[in-house]
Design a binder for this molecule. Structure first.
Ligand SMILES: [Zn+2]
Length: 409
């Protein structure tokens, strides 16, 4: 009698009493917690020596406890193109976000023609939190929160391409869902830059190389510290079942400060001999961000670290490559890039640890791809892979008892 009255009161107060009771009755298993940490253009050639020197202790820990390897990417890879494949497990031609600019317009979420994983998870009752993920502007409603990333438009960054508006200066759409979260973030995290700083123009660099490089790198570090604070705040105050966070300054640094030798295409001693440590330092700094994220990872959490592509020095055939300098061409002269016609020239990377994931397991070759991320995450939540997805569940990273359980589903 009393409980009946309580239910009525809850209903009259507009609270969702019925689903709550139904949940208790069916006693569902606790939903797995999954954190995906994306790094734009993490290059294994650069991080391997850092791992050996002990300069990336947190990533070394993840490798020791998990599975890792190269991640096959799409052709002519760049962030919006690859991340949209990660979201949907479909080809760029199918999901529609084929690059930074599509049909003369900055790529945006309204162009996405295939259903992204955040929508599928939300519909499945899984709480979703996303921050700074490329090509998520304007943000879309999810069962949780979403803060946009690369391609967010705003003051001093009108086209949204390779620049960084501040949260308070975003224009042309919402950067935060739900809207109420924006004021909360401004109050508790501060007014952060949503993406990485634009690279200095060649003319600005001329004659002031060392000074401009140091100034730019200092700004990159400020942005990274803001992002770390944001990630830490969200993981603490807005815990979600599925969380997807991305960093993007590493790639930008690699494009123009890749540590190359004098005989490489594009070598300019004025720039490329000044801070040879700049690009490797990005990953040492990233490792500290990973350390902050790891504080929120317990034995029951799955952690995936993914990179959408790698980055390599320009090649001697650049002039004839149809994709030559498609990315970042209007800024500093680049000496490294990722949009090679053959995506296998610049594979991304993949690291995973969590319940049932093999320890110190190396994925050989290019057997795992960016298409496989969404199906693998859906499987962890017991959701069926929709027909349009081309990827597969990465069953080989799980120990055999987990594989059998997965096969029975
Ligand atoms: Zn890039």
């Amino acid at each position: 009698m009393i409980s009946g009255r309580v239910s009525l009161l809850l209903l009259s107060a507009g609270l969702l009493a019925i689903p709550a009771i139904a949940q208790v009755q069916s006693a569902p298993k606790a939903k797995p917690r999954v954190i995906v940490l994306g790094v734009n253009g993490m290059e294994l050639d650069i991080i391997r020596p850092l791992l050996l020197k002990g300069q990336m202790p947190n990533l070394a820990r993840v490798i020791d406890k998990g599975a890792y390897g190269k991640l096959r990417t799409v052709s002519a890879p760049n962030c919006p193109r690859v991340y949209s494949t990660v979201f949907t497990s479909t080809d760029p031609g199918e999901h529609g976000v084929t690059g930074f600019i599509v049909g003369g317009i900055t790529a945006n979420t309204n162009m996405l023609k295939e259903e992204p994983i955040w929508s599928m998870l939300s519909k499945g009752g899984i709480t979703v939190g996303m921050a700074n993920v490329p090509a998520t502007f304007p943000v879309m409603p999810v069962n949780g929160y979403m803060i946009s990333g690369m391609l967010t438009r705003g003051k001093n960054c009108e086209d949204g391409v390779l620049c960084a508006p501040k949260l308070s200066e975003v224009m042309g759409g919402d950067a935060v869902y739900p809207r109420s979260l924006k004021d909360e973030l401004l109050k508790n995290v501060g007014d952060f830059y949503i993406d990485c700083e634009r690279m200095p123009a060649a003319a600005d660099l001329k004659g002031h190389e060392a000074e401009m490089i140091d100034k730019w790198l200092a700004r990159v570090q400020v942005i990274r510290e803001q992002q770390t604070k944001l990630f830490d705040y969200l993981l603490t105050e807005h815990r979600t079942d599925f969380t997807f966070l991305v960093q993007s300054c590493e790639d930008r640094t690699g494009h123009w400060l890749y540590p190359i030798a004098p005989y490489n295409v594009g070598y300019n001693p004025g720039i490329n001999s000044v801070r040879q440590d700049a690009f490797p330092n990005q990953y040492i700094a990233f490792d500290k961000v990973l350390g902050t994220v790891l504080k929120h990872v317990d034995a029951n959490t799955y952690l995936f670290i993914i990179s959408d592509h790698g980055i390599k020095p320009l090649r001697e055939f650049e002039e004839k490559d149809p994709h030559a300098h498609m990315d970042h061409e209007k800024t500093t002269p680049v000496i490294a890039k990722h949009d090679f016609a053959d995506g296998d020239d610049v594979p991304g990377s993949f690291f995973a640890m969590g319940p049932g994931i093999k320890n110190d397991f190396r994925l050989m070759g290019l057997g795992a791809s960016v298409y496989d991320i969404a199906p693998t995450i859906l499987r962890l939540y017991g959701l069926d892979q929709p027909k349009q997805m081309h990827g597969r569940v990465l069953t080989e990273i799980f120990d055999s008892s987990e594989n059998k359980a997965a096969a029975r589903k």
